[in-house]
Design a protein around this ligand. Structure first.
Ligand code: ADP
Ligand code: ADP
Length: 224
């Protein structure tokens, strides 16, 4: 399934035009949205995650009209926001189980299996009984991925997930994301060039709300 974004524009009430006529076709695989602070990345990501309305434009995910069929999108959406807040006193396994309940995974045995599989995949199994407040940045982001992956989403939106990670954690995080998102559309927003050059199959560069370039990462680097 592919994500098709057509002519999306958004102005905020303070007059800032955050997105100017954005059009992108995003195939399955890991897709990088590269741009500096204030480029409009979070605005676009929130719009794709059905948390914000654009002023104009259309978005389709396969046969789903994203701006009209929000419930359908949310059933197949995994979203890791930039300011992913955690409850410092909650333990990893308990909180993931709680999110699994919210996600509608009702049957206890199936939920237990899903939670266990995700904790193992994100390499958090050994710390599952620890409080999130003691987690490193990398552990926190891996926990965020586990939450985002609940319910096997086909559209996965991760907003600046590597900001603040050290290089080793960054690489580990990106590998995890690319493995877990193999059969989904994964959109990764970042201001770090290496995030897109290492594992993304395609990429767009955004600045001041406009797409400057849409290409394969190795071609973008050749063009520099
Ligand atoms: P990025 O994620 O690339 O840093 P944002 O989408 O957060 O970019 O921001 C794009 C522009 O929109 C910036 O100029 C920012 O200050 C402005 N902006 C973002 N959110 C709001 C808001 N809620 N109200 C007003 N302006 C906003
Ligand atoms: P179904 O998707 O057919 O409803 P379940 O949700 O019970 O089945 O999951 C079946 C198995 O798939 C689980 O035991 C678990 O190991 C794995 N699984 C389910 N959801 C995920 C996920 N989001 N990420 C990784 N593995 C998962």
């Amino acid at each position: 399934m592919a994500l098709r974004i057509q002519n999306i524009s958004k102005s905020y009430s303070n007059g800032v035009k955050a997105l100017h006529n954005i059009s992108l076709n995003i195939p399955a695989g890991m897709y990088g949205l590269l741009g500096p602070n204030g480029a409009g990345k979070s605005t676009l990501m929130r719009t794709l995650a059905t948390l914000q309305e654009p002023d104009e434009g259309t978005i389709n995910f396969g046969v789903i009209n994203v701006l009209e069929q929000k419930e359908e999108v949310r059933q197949t959406l995994g979203y890791l926001p930039q300011d992913f807040g955690l409850h410092p006193k909650a333990k990893a396994e308990e909180l993931l189980n709680y999110f699994a309940v919210l996600k509608g995974i009702k049957e206890k045995k199936a939920r237990k299996e899903v939670v266990e599989a995700l904790l193992r995949q994100t390499n958090l199994w050994d710390v599952r009984r620890q409080k999130l407040g003691g987690f490193s940045g990398g552990m926190r982001q891996r926990f965020g991925v586990a939450v985002a992956m609940l319910g096997n989403p086909k559209l996965i939106i991760v907003d600046e997930p590597t900001a603040g990670l050290d290089p080793a954690e960054r690489v580990r995080f990106l590998n995890l994301l690319s493995e877990m998102g193999e059969n989904s559309v994964v959109i990764l927003s970042t201001h770090i060039v290496e995030d897109v050059s290492e594992l993304c199959t395609r990429m767009a560069v955004i600045n001041k709300g406009k797409i400057l370039l849409e290409t394969e990462p190795h071609k973008a680097i050749e063009d520099l």
